[in-house]
Design a protein around this ligand. Structure first.
Ligand SMILES: [Zn+2]
Length: 333
């Protein structure tokens, strides 16, 4: 069934048998929580859907400890957990109307996508480009750069870099699972009661995740399914969006990634200059940047907290000088 014309907000594409949707899921369950309705809409219109699964969700110790009644988790245990989560995901996809062949796992380490991106940028981007070339999507649903889970932010950057130089430019719809949307302008997927019920059924397949976090998972999945059109993003600021406290700066790392590669500095050594109002921007000594260009601020201090405090921003590049001059994000504020 195609979108109801009266319910579809401006900007959402009309789905048809020609629609080819690629969902980029960092972990098993993101596909259901973030895109369970979108997938059904495209399938019911006769379109094709592929799911690019970046990690198997194997670094998930607390649910594993709880369900397997074990404290220590070694490498074989993680592999077993990965198989379990992928089996759950296959069940969920079946309930959303997808075949087993629609799942395209890349097998990168759970909670390790930032490292994959920063240490092996070229290889990682090439792996995603290969999938995009194979499936030729006209619509990609991918994590928002605003998402505070480090794997989600890294997934956004990887996909954006993989699209550089592509002849086709698919529509990009970003979704937010972890974090606040700020003033972002969302497009909402309208859905029938049957589709909503089916999405809840698909969520039930992710039993390992429901064991300790059932309430949170259901709340996330029951939210209206909303996307930020990445092409509609607005400039956020003319400088880096971060002003870390002085005492913390020795433990901070600034990374910049663009199609030419990855550069990183300890914050005290980073090529930064102050603006008149005391904020930071990359100086021209950072070297020429090429769009799309992304910066990440992270801390080297050990922390039990897995979520990013600062995360990523997108830098607009001055085409004349190659200098990163404007910090963008898709927060539209
Ligand atoms: Zn995730």
């Amino acid at each position: 069934m195609a979108l109801m014309p009266t319910a579809a907000p401006a900007g959402l594409p009309t789905f048809s048998a020609h629609t080819r949707l690629l969902v980029v899921a960092p972990h098993p369950d993101d596909e259901t929580i973030a895109t369970g309705l979108l997938i059904q809409q495209v399938r019911e219109a006769g379109g094709e859907v592929n799911i690019m699964l970046l990690t198997a969700g194997d670094n998930n110790p607390w649910p594993q400890r709880w369900l397997e009644r074990r404290l220590r988790i070694g490498s074989p245990d993680r592999q077993r957990w990965a198989q379990r989560r992928c089996a759950e995901m296959r069940q969920a996809l079946e309930r959303l109307g997808l075949s087993q062949a629609s799942l395209r796992p890349l097998g990168w380490p759970d909670l390790g996508l930032s490292s994959v991106l920063l240490r092996s940028t070229g290889d990682a981007v090439a792996a995603i480009t290969q999938e995009i070339d194979r499936f030729t999507p006209d619509l990609i649903a991918l994590p928002s750069l605003l998402d505070r889970h480090p794997d989600h932010g890294a997934a956004h950057v990887l996909v954006r870099l993989a699209l550089v130089g592509q002849a086709a430019s698919p529509a990009l719809y970003t979704y937010l699972v972890h974090g606040k949307p700020g003033k972002a302008v969302f497009l909402e997927v309208p859905a029938t009661q049957a589709q909503i019920a089916n999405k809840r059924e698909a969520l039930l397949a992710h039993r390992s995740q429901l064991a300790l976090s059932g309430g949170r998972m259901r709340r996330l999945a029951d939210r209206p399914e909303r996307y930020i059109d990445a092409c509609q993003s607005s400039p956020a600021a003319v400088v880096l969006p971060w002003q870390p406290p002085r005492w913390l700066r020795p433990w901070l790392r600034l990374s910049v990634v663009d199609p030419t590669g990855t550069r990183g500095w300890a914050w005290p050594d980073a090529p930064l200059e102050r603006t008149r109002d005391g904020r930071f921007r990359l100086s021209s000594s950072a070297g020429g940047q090429t769009a799309p260009c992304f910066a990440r601020l992270s801390s080297d201090l050990p922390s039990p907290w897995i979520f990013d405090h600062w995360g990523w921003c997108e830098l607009q590049v001055d085409p004349a000088t190659g200098d990163a001059v404007v910090a963008w994000s898709d927060r539209a504020s």
